[in-house]
Structures are given as structure tokens and as C-alpha cells.
Design a protein around this ligand. Structure first.
Ligand SMILES: *Cc1c(COP(=O)(O)O)cnc(C)c1O
Length: 230
């Protein structure tokens, strides 16, 4: 694990990258948030992020987040960015403040039921496989996405805030750009057809955050550029 000083340097560099990406496409800096991804790092990573003023940490495994959470500052928020299995939903609902990876109606209903049982309103994003990558979770076509979004907004204990995607890993930046543009188009179309805003577009990571910001990302999820290689 890197030192706090090294983290702060990385953090400043990431902020500069975000700022210049915003400037290049004429967006306000405040329109893009940073979610530090602390997976595989000791809980210190979350503590560093909190100390530097970040409000939330992203984890891709329920168990790992549940173990770190009691050690970290109490008002740090936790977001699930990894695939959620149905047998982990109860623990996920107890651990996370937002779930970014809803990808089926069955999962949405289960989160809704367990959130209701613990008297919570759970903010969620729907995960779309906007690059139609066979190795990724998420809905890969618009009509399936619309169907799930329409069902999800009916569930009383969920609050649908937007969409997230993970593009295929590819050296050609056009692959990510295309997936991000698709997610943005799907979001705009969904919001219009459903007559409600879906403000959050969670897309972009250490290697492609500039491309994601140019495509309209409101939340970049950054791990290695902040905390070093995993
Ligand atoms: C690990 C992970 C990230 C962060 O990836 P980096 O390349 O380390 O920035 C972002 N999003 C998801 C869903 C991840 O699993």
C-alpha cells in the first residue's frame, strides 16, 4: 500500500486530468464526480480517500466491503461496482449506500424486498453492457434496458439514479469511446421516453476517464491511478 503523501500526489494528478478533460469539452468541473475504487487494497485506501475529502469508496465484492466498512470513517459511503449474486443481496443492502450493478429484474426485486425489510431506500444504477462485450455483465440492448428501467422505477424501495457501464478492455480507445457514447445515447433516450431524469452516468476508469468525460460521464471510478497497481 502506498503512503498517504503518494496518494495525495496521485489524487492531484487525477483531479488535473479530470479538470482538463472538462475544459476540453466545455463542461463544468463540478459536473463530474470521482469515485475512488479501493478494491484489493487495505482499508487504509478508503481512509486516505476520506481524509482527502472524498465522500465515497467503490468496491466490487460485497464481502470485502463488509470487512472494511467497520474500520473506515463512519460517514464514508460505500458503492458496489461489481456483479451482485442473489445470495449476497442481504449483506449488500446492509453494507452499501448505492448499488451500481443492477442487471436483472429478479435482482432488482430482491434488493427492493430486502431494502424494504430494513426500512431503507436504496439508490441504484442499472448496469448496461454498452459495448456488447461477451465478457461483461449488464444489458446489451436498449429494449431490454428500457424494460428493466420501467420495472425498477415501480419498486418502492429503490431509487433509479442512472446507468453504469464497463467497456471491453482494448488498446484501441475507440472501443471505449463507442461504448460510452452508446451509454449516453441510451440514457438520453430512456430519460425522454420515461419522462424522468436519469442523471448519473457512471463510466470511465484510470485509463479512459478523459474519453468518458467527453462522452458525458458524471462519475468516474478510479482505482490504480489513485492507489497504484493491484
Ligand atoms: C476495478 C474497477 C474500476 C477501477 O479500475 P482502474 O482501472 O484501476 O481505475 C472501475 N470500475 C469497476 C467496475 C472496477 O471493477
Amino acid at each position: 500500500m502506498i503512503s498517504y503523501e503518494a496518494f495525495v500526489e496521485n489524487y492531484q494528478r487525477v483531479r488535473e486530468r479530470m479538470a482538463s478533460a472538462c475544459q476540453s469539452c466545455g463542461r463544468a468541473e463540478e459536473s463530474v464526480k470521482l469515485l475512488p475504487v479501493t478494491k484489493t487494497h487495505p482499508f487504509d485506501a478508503a481512509e486516505f480517500a476520506y481524509r482527502a475529502g472524498l465522500a465515497a469508496a467503490g468496491e466490487n465484492r460485497v464481502q470485502e466491503a463488509a470487512q472494511k466498512k467497520p474500520l473506515a470513517p463512519a460517514n464514508l459511503r460505500w458503492e458496489l461496482i461489481g456483479h451482485l449474486q442473489s445470495n449476497k443481496v442481504k449483506q449488500a443492502v446492509e453494507t452499501f449506500d448505492r448499488i451500481q450493478t443492477v442487471d436483472s429484474l429478479e435482482l432488482a426485486k430482491r434488493i427492493d424486498r430486502l431494502a424494504g425489510e430494513s426500512g431503507r431506500l436504496m439508490p441504484v444504477l442499472i448496469q448496461a453492457n454498452a459495448g456488447a462485450d461477451p465478457a461483461k455483465f449488464g444489458l446489451a440492448d436498449f429494449s431490454a434496458l428500457r424494460e428493466l428501467a420501467e420495472e425498477t422505477v415501480q419498486l418502492p424501495n429503490l431509487r433509479l439514479e442512472g446507468l453504469m457501464t464497463i467497456p471491453a478492455l482494448d488498446e484501441n480507445p475507440e472501443v471505449a469511446r463507442k461504448a460510452f457514447d452508446t451509454l449516453r445515447e441510451w440514457r438520453d433516450r430512456l430519460a425522454e421516453e420515461m419522462g424522468r431524469p436519469l442523471p448519473e452516468l457512471s463510466m470511465g476508469m484510470s485509463g479512459d476517464l478523459e474519453i468518458a468525460i467527453a462522452a458525458g460521464s458524471t462519475l468516474v471510478r478510479v482505482g490504480s491511478a489513485l492507489f497504484g497497481a493491484r
